[in-house]
Design a binder for this molecule. Structure first.
Ligand SMILES: [Zn+2]
Length: 285
């Protein structure tokens, strides 16, 4: 990662390296071991430092906290996976495999019928906390039928088979869907532009108005019009320069002048459902 830091990648380039290379490596390790929390924190600290500062030293200046990035794009994140959740998602099979059978006192070939009596469970006293957890969940959610065959099912998955990806979706904390995600992330996007749009919509661009919050002596007047505080809304909509750009765009396309992100998202929301080339061009604008 330190060798990448000197190559001056854009935010989008760094995000791509983290999601495809770093998360690929950590996924492999998580599939084999339960990583200590300290290791997970250090890996996530390094990734955050690389994403925001293009270094492996400092995490200062992070525009969005790491956990918020670890939500799917339709929920306002960047689609990264929280290593803490992923670490648990992978070894569930190992966690609740041979060790549990040994703790339970059953033989490794035991079938479900040894813990079923009629249509009820007849579990022996739990000998480990994990076994107790399993018994509580089973007694709460599933009702056995004595004559059914023993089969392995994975409840969180619609296909009833275990996949680490589905399990991760099941255990991660979920957010409500954001109305603007299709405006920012789409198949023919320019990644660098999408990342900046994502930051702008979250109001996390380093504008002068934001800098003034940390350093009150900074003059936050817009350098384009010298009239008004340089906020995201001002730069993209209220500024006289921005209004000129919007007027030109209106002549070239059907986009009217809109004076806030909220209006833009509302206007685009009604027009970006189709995947035509024209719709893509509108989104790229
Ligand atoms: Zn201005």
């Amino acid at each position: 990662m330190s060798s990448w830091a000197s190559k001056h990648f854009s935010f989008a380039g760094r995000l791509q390296l983290i999601s495809s290379v770093i998360q690929g490596i950590t996924t492999f390790w998580c599939s084999t071991f339960i990583l200590p929390k300290k290791v997970i924190k250090e890996v996530e600290r390094l990734c955050a430092a690389f994403l925001w500062q293009s270094s492996t030293e400092s995490t200062r200046g992070a525009k969005v906290n790491w956990l918020s990035l670890c939500h799917p794009k339709q929920e306002g994140g960047l689609g990264l996976r929280s290593l803490m959740h992923w670490n648990v998602a992978w070894p569930l099979v190992e966690n609740f495999g041979a060790q549990i059978v040994q703790d339970s006192g059953f033989s490794s070939q035991a079938k479900l019928e040894v813990v079923v009596n009629g249509n009820f469970w007849k579990w022996p006293p739990a000998r480990s906390p994990q076994l107790l957890d399993i018994q509580i969940v089973l007694c709460d959610r599933l009702y056995p039928k004595e004559r059914d065959k023993d089969i392995v099912i994975w409840i969180p998955s619609a296909s009833r088979t275990y996949t680490a990806g589905r399990t991760w979706h099941w255990i991660r904390s979920k957010q409500s869907s954001v109305p603007w995600h299709r405006l920012v992330w789409f198949s023919r996007q320019i990644p660098k532009h999408s990342f900046i749009s994502w930051l702008a919509i979250l109001d996390r661009l380093t504008t002068k108005a934001r800098q003034k919050k940390w350093s009150p002596n900074i003059d936050d007047t817009c350098v384009l019009c010298n009239n008004g505080s340089e906020t995201v809304e001002h730069l993209f909509f209220k500024c006289s320069y921005a209004k000129c750009v919007w007027k030109r765009l209106s002549v070239m396309s059907e986009i009217p002048y809109l004076d806030s992100w909220q209006q833009l998202v509302l206007w685009m929301g009604k027009r970006i459902r189709k995947k035509s080339l024209y719709q893509t061009l509108i989104k790229l604008m």
